[in-house]
Design a protein. Structure first.
Length: 432
């Protein structure tokens, strides 16, 4: 487009060179357009700090369990205990997410998580920690997550609106994976040089930016949907599930998320086992495995932020790539090769995760979004107790590499089943 200051010889077909120069930085900033929103910007920056701490605790907890027990099964059981509350309570957390003012609910859950981290750190610092303590603390963290995760995911659209939602979800993934690089890397160094206790205390401190940011949001700028009528929570859960069942595009998302959530996204179990039993590396080496997975995920999130459309086809391609590279990671016995494969695995995994999340939120009615997102959380995180337990048992019986290859195969089978389903229901054109 030309402006009124062009000469007569300039036409709309030949804009001045300066216009193209101005468009270039504008295109670059398109991938970060959701950050123009004040509320989302506050939330995003504070999440990078908080999530980095959370990844530090995840790394420290896994390494602590292996130090105490030396058992893959014990690590799988701790993961099961941590995510079992999500399995049992996530759907009710979705009902709460639809009913409550999300800003206040997240402030409560983040404060509770900070207290849990301080207690965990204090027990380790005083040499009082025992395995049963870790089980209890993991269960408490799971209860908090059952409410926090569907609420936080449904809160994104309230901050930015539907138009910028895919970009905001991609940027959230960028924050998550930046934290996945920083957190485990720092945790590995701190654990090797100082100890696990400091890692846990640092995590507790990282919740402060979120707790500071939430009350400072502009509540008048939030896109708050009408709250559903109060009623029987179980009946409201059934209402959300019934909507998903009769909507092929949403049901196909849930099929893939359920399978990959159960057998693929168990990194708190798979990476420590790879580090200790297959690649035979140290705590810092374990942290690097998680960091390289995060590097691939971060690159993918950056690319996805510039995507103009999301589709089921893209989600299925991402899930397929994740399954293939997961299988190759399971077979690798070479540390450097494993790092490269984890980059590719993380890249494909985020294409799948961001696309599925964006599609689900765009396809969800406003009054059902919290409940439908709680199903997503249930399938992605709540399936971890089953997946973590299976990996622990299979690793004890057949070895870590064989167990992970079986899981990768199950992921690929799930993608094939979902692809057949969406083709039969002609749901591949659900682009937004």
């Amino acid at each position: 487009m030309t402006t009124d200051t062009t000469t007569d010889s300039q036409t709309t077909d030949n804009p001045p060179a300066v216009s193209s120069a101005k468009l270039a930085p504008r295109r670059l900033t398109q991938g970060f357009k959701a950050l123009h929103n004040y509320n989302f910007r506050l939330f995003w920056w504070s999440q990078i700090v908080s999530l980095s701490g959370s990844w530090m605790q995840t790394t420290a907890q896994s390494w602590l369990v292996l130090q105490i027990t030396g058992s893959p099964l014990s690590l799988g059981l701790v993961t099961t205990v941590q995510f079992l509350p999500v399995t049992l309570l996530a759907l009710y957390g979705g009902v709460l997410a639809d009913r409550l003012r999300k800003q206040r609910a997240i402030l409560f859950t983040q404060s509770a998580a900070m207290i849990q981290a301080f207690v965990f750190g204090a027990l380790v610092a005083t040499d009082s920690i025992q395995l049963w303590h870790i089980y209890i603390l993991a269960a408490i963290q799971g209860i908090i997550s059952a409410i926090d995760n569907p609420t936080r995911q449904a809160f994104v659209v309230e901050m930015v609106g539907r138009e910028e939602l895919p970009n905001a979800i991609a940027l959230n993934s960028m924050a998550f994976n930046t934290a996945r690089i920083l957190g485990p890397s720092l945790a590995g160094i701190i654990i090797d040089q100082i100890g696990i206790a400091l890692t846990l205390i640092i995590n507790a401190v990282t919740f402060i930016p979120v707790i500071w940011a939430l009350p400072r949001m502009d509540t008048l700028a939030l896109h708050t949907p009408p709250r559903p009528q109060r009623g029987n929570p179980t009946r409201q859960i059934v209402q959300g599930l019934a909507y998903a069942w009769r909507t092929p595009a949403i049901l196909s998302i849930f099929i893939v998320v359920g399978i990959i959530g159960t057998f693929g996204y168990n990194f708190s179990v798979t990476l420590p086992l790879l580090a200790d039993f297959v690649l035979h590396t140290s705590a810092s080496g374990f942290g690097m495995l998680t960091a390289f997975l995060g590097i691939g995920s971060l690159i993918s999130a950056f690319v996805t932020a510039y995507a103009k459309q999301v589709s089921l086809r893209r989600m299925l391609w991402g899930a397929s790539g994740f399954s293939i590279f997961f299988g190759l990671v399971a077979l690798s016995q070479v540390y450097v090769l494993s790092l490269g494969l984890l980059v590719a695995m993380g890249f494909c995994g985020i294409i799948f995760a961001v696309t599925s999340n964006s599609l689900l939120q765009l396809l969800s009615p406003d009054d059902l979004r919290g409940r439908l997102m709680s199903v997503h959380v249930l399938l992605f995180m709540g399936s971890t107790p089953l997946g973590g337990f299976l990996i622990g048992v299979l690793s004890d019986v057949f070895g870590v590499s064989a167990a992970l290859f079986v899981c990768a195969t199950a992921c690929m089978v799930g993608v094939i089943v979902a692809t057949i389903y969406v083709r039969r229901h002609d749901a591949l054109d659900t682009r937004r």
